[in-house]
Design a protein around this ligand. Structure first.
Ligand SMILES: Cc1cc2nc3c(=O)[nH]c(=O)nc-3n(C[C@H](O)[C@H](O)[C@H](O)COP(=O)(O)OP(=O)(O)OC[C@H]3O[C@@H](n4cnc5c(N)ncnc54)[C@H](O)[C@@H]3O)c2cc1C
Ligand SMILES: O=C(O)[C@@H]1CCCCN1
Length: 386
């Protein structure tokens, strides 16, 4: 007779790995299955860096971040690895920007510190930026960079340390629901009491056969790296923080590769994750690169105005950019984490905790309403925010 697992997690990106970590730490006999050889660069969790911040328009994320930081710190301690580099972060926009005002409100509501920079402060503090006279900024002092690929490895290592098993190069091809769920993979068959699906951009492909069709859009994002004219101009050593423009542009200070600054557009063409850089993905890319060259020329005079390196990554967007963290409406022992909409990395420690609570039939620590699957049954499409 096949062994029955307490939990099987599908998808070893940051969300699946963090979820598996919490399950194993809480004593569940857990298997983590990944279709590709680990580590890989086909999904959403690869690369050396991600932004961590509390500055969110939506207060539920600002509050969750109050718990995410200490868990990141705990993972750093348990693995002896530095994952968080504090640089501070700024959100810039026109003085009238609703997003800036809402971010300030949400930070205050979550009890987090922030600083308001007037147009004059912005010019004085950051002479290597050039924005129109009415632009101002909100500074989040806790923001910084997460060492992304190291973070992923740390969660997987801790999962194994707590007794978890990882099977990579094994694709889940069929799911038969039931009190005990049967999973068929490219190599084997498994039985589990709880199934947690965290398939990133492949969510549509895995959820469709289970009768779920949430409006998820896998979106190809060009990750662009720009050479500094004078090396270190935009480095944390010179006090340059994480940067976000309310106009959907964001940047990380020159850190992961010396002398090279990461600045990207927070959108891209909708693609099939198995054909990420195919016709659909590359058509949109040229236009985005052109737009970002113009942006750099206008606002970052210390950068070469053509990107030196280009990589790609995938967002899985929901219409409102809120995550999906819920049970399958019919098969309650199947739990879904999807639609992380380009901002899920920093929150993975709390996402993992919440999904683990659902799997263990505990009361979730947060109000799960913003993350429910049934919010898409309404016809109105809520507005997305950066
Ligand atoms: C360019 C870019 C910049 C970003 N910047 C930030 C940022 O600054 N800060 C931040 O917090 N977040 C950021 N994000 C978002 C963050 O990286 C993602 O939200 C997060 O990585 C999503 O992780 P995931 O585990 O859901 O997906 P993934 O990492 O894609 O993991 C899903 C895994 O499931 C596996 N899988 C799928 N189907 C199957 C199957 N049938 N069988 C077995 N395995 C399967 C896949 O192979 C994959 O490994 C950014 C994302 C991108 C692309
Ligand atoms: O999650 C974040 O913090 C960033 C904001 C900018 C777009 C990419 N994701």
């Amino acid at each position: 007779m096949a062994e029955v697992w307490d939990a099987v997690v599908v998808g070893a990106g940051i969300e699946g790995s963090a979820t598996a970590f919490h399950l194993a730490k809480n004593g569940c006999k857990t298997l983590l299955i990944e279709q590709f050889p680990l580590p890989h660069s086909r999904g959403s969790s690869h690369g050396a860096s991600r932004i961590i911040r509390k500055a969110y328009v939506q207060q539920h994320y600002a509050r969750m971040m109050n718990e995410a930081y200490p868990i990141w710190e705990q993972v750093e301690r348990e693995t002896g690895t530095q994952l968080y580099i504090k640089t501070g972060g700024m959100l810039v926009g026109p003085g009238s920007s609703q997003e800036l005002a809402e971010t300030e409100r949400s930070l205050s509501g979550a009890g987090s510190e922030f600083e308001r920079l007037s147009s004059d402060d912005l010019k004085l503090r950051f002479p290597n930026l050039s924005f129109p006279a009415d632009y101002r900024a909100v500074l989040d002092p806790e923001a910084g960079v997460l060492k992304a690929d190291k973070a992923l490895r740390c969660f997987q290592d801790l999962f194994v340390k707590y007794g978890g098993r990882i099977h990579d190069e094994e694709k889940v091809v069929r799911i038969d629901p039931g009190d005990v769920v049967t999973l068929h993979t490219s190599k084997s068959m498994y039985k589990t009491r709880k199934l947690l699906l965290l398939p990133g951009p492949w969510a549509g492909k895995l959820l469709g056969p289970l009768g779920l069709h949430p409006p998820l859009k896998p979106t190809r994002v060009s990750v662009l790296y720009w050479r500094e004219k004078g090396p270190g101009t935009y480095s944390p050593k010179k006090g340059f923080p994480i940067f976000m423009d309310a106009a959907h542009v964001y940047a990380l200070p020159s850190l992961e590769y010396p002398g090279i600054f990461k600045l990207c557009y927070h959108s891209g063409p909708v693609i099939d994750p198995d054909d990420r850089d195919g016709v659909a993905g590359s058509r949109g890319n040229q236009e985005i690169v052109r737009m970002m060259c113009d942006y750099v020329r206008k606002h970052f005079p210390g950068l070469e105005s053509v990107p030196a390196i280009q990589e790609s990554c995938i967002y899985t967007n929901t219409p409102d950019e809120d995550f999906i963290l819920d049970r399958h409406p019919q098969y309650r022992n199947i739990i879904i984490g999807a639609g992380f909409s380009g901002h899920g990395f920093k929150l993975a420690p709390v996402v993992g905790k919440l999904l683990c609570e659902l799997a263990m039939d505990k009361q979730p620590s947060y109000d799960m309403t913003p993350f429910s699957l049934n919010r898409f049954n309404n016809t109105a499409t809520p507005q997305a925010k950066l």
